[in-house]
Ligand binder design. Sequence first.
Ligand code: MG
Length: 141
Amino acid sequence: MANEVTEAKRTAAKDDATTVDELRQMVRTFVAQREWKSYHDPKSLAMSIAIEAAELMEHFQWLTTEQSRELLEDEERRWQVEDELADVFIYVLSFANAVGTELSEIVRRKIARNQHRFPVEKVIGKLGDADDKTSSKNQES
Ligand SMILES: [Mg+2]
C-alpha cells in the first residue's frame, strides 16, 4: 500500500489542470478496452454508484463526527477512503458516458436550482452547530 501511495503522489494530477472531458475519455477508454460497454446500462451504473457510495460510507460507520475527521489524518486510511470516492466518481463518469449526459450542464443546473431553493439570506445561521444532530434540517438533496 505504501508504494501505491508513493507512486500516486508522484503521478498526482491537479483538478485545475484536468478537464471533466479528459476524465470521461479516460474512463471511456478503460471501459472500451475491456469490452465492458454492454454492461454499462443505466440500471447497472446507478446501482454501482450506490454500491461504491456504501463502500465509502463503510469507512465512517459507527464513528463520531470528530472520529470521521481524524480517520483522514491517517495516510493509509485516507488512501482507502479516496479509493472509494474515486470509484463513485468513476461510475458517475461512466453513467454520463453511457447516457450522453453533459455533467457540466447538469451540475450547473442543479446548483442554480439549489440556489433558488436555499437562498443565502434564508439559510445562513439556520443549521446551528454542525455537530448538533438535532439541527440538521434544511440540508440539500
Ligand atoms: Mg470500491
